[in-house]
Write a protein that binds this ligand. Sequence first.
Ligand code: MTE
Ligand code: MO
Length: 496
Amino acid sequence: MDLYGFPAWIRIEHWINVLFVTLLVRSGVEIIATHPKLYWHDDSRPGSEWARFTRKTMPRDRLYDTLDEEESYSPLVSLPGRRKLGMGRHWHFFAAILWVLTGAVYIALLFATGQWRRYVPASWAIFPQAWHDLVTYLSFRLPSRLPGEPFDALQKLAYALVIFVLAPVAILTGLAQSPAVDARFPWYLRLWGGRQRARSVHFLVLLAFLAFTAVHLLMIAVWGWGRENSLMLFGHGDAPAAGLWVSLVVIAAIVAVNAAVTVWSLRRPRSVQRVLGAVVTAVRRALLRPAVSRQRYPRAAVSARHRVNGRPPDSETYKIMAVHGFAPWRLTVGGLVENPLVLTLEDLRALDGRQSQCVLHHCIQGWSSVGEWAGLPLRDLIGLVRPLPQARYVCFLTMQDTGRDEPGAPGEGHFYEIVDLRLARHPQALLAYELNGGPLPIEHGAPLRLRLETQLGFKMAKWIHDIEFVSDYRLVGHGMGGWREDNVYFDMEVEI
Ligand SMILES: Nc1nc2c(c(=O)[nH]1)N[C@H]1C(S)=C(S)[C@@H](COP(=O)(O)O)O[C@H]1N2
Ligand SMILES: [Mo]
């Protein structure tokens, strides 16, 4: 078998892979920017990070929330840059789907054509050979290539590591960051040592990819840029001049695609949200939607301080209610239901079926905390109000007026979130009025907040006062399914 020249499909895959990896890396940096800290422990306790990519320090004497910790990076390093987590996520998942598909085709063809011999070492002798090659490189000489192959032993091992170890670990640690996967298969998360370890390993894989790329580029230059690119573009090393020029054109094209999607995302985020969201949502629905939460963390796992996202309502009415232990508060439940209700906090507590659940909370920013929530299962409430057949979604309206309560928020109006009725019927979909055995604290949504354990945190509206059953979410707000979807372009269904 000829292992010297690359077959056309390897050459095509190589360059497509370069494009997707650039999109993945840059959008990944955008995602990190929203919480530029890495932890080993699932509490994400402030100050316990092992790495940070921000100079901001958080006040000790004032209430702050995790939105204050966000960073804004340059579009040169992140896609699209400028604190656009929603856009970064669309690109990350869209590119990930295409990258996994190309990777699957690549692996299948490698084994179908015998080309795997290119990357899978034939014997253990490769290790001493690779060591010898390394010493040769370090003494500024070039080692000899393996007979009939374009690589030396060290290169062969490096490629095997990237293809068969780094890429799978990137995919597996990516999945381990999905709230739906972790809620359905808690053992899978334990395999990685927890949510924050999975996130940290995902980041270390990024560093390894970057290090590999740097050395890879250096090696191509050292061995001869034109000749090596002639191999990867035309399948033979005989046209170094064309290899040089065509490689520069291909690289320029990859840069141009990156620039174009960056500009598109910064200028027309709604269209990116719709176009990429459609693709990502279809895949997410098929793979992750069916997951139902089965979490039962031990009480000992509860975080000493559950992190906070979002500012509490700042109105007189809310403060007066809070001072009176929320006695004046009323929950209205209406819309497309047979039996609309108005409930006090006492009424809610008096209802049968109080449920508690000790679970991992995943914020879209990347931090996590463990808490034990108690309250009324949403499906019990659904049973009480009896939705009409047209009702398909449940809208949770809150007392938080973002224009007033969140200075500098990227939108206005009352925070609301809408979920599919099917999701609302999940066993761990909960209207929580307690946290860790006490009344729900103000910063965590008092007197009532939503818990949806297969979703990211932003769906779990806090400070709820109204629940409406609707037939279509597109008629509410800007029509994208929630305040964050409307204003910061998140997806409506967030199993990852
Ligand atoms: N009304 C309202 N609910 C909200 C938010 C908000 O800003 N306003 N933030 C959401 C986000 S992004 C997260 S991660 C969780 C955080 O819940 P916690 O503060 O109890 O940890 O609340 C969600 N519910
Ligand atoms: Mo969040």
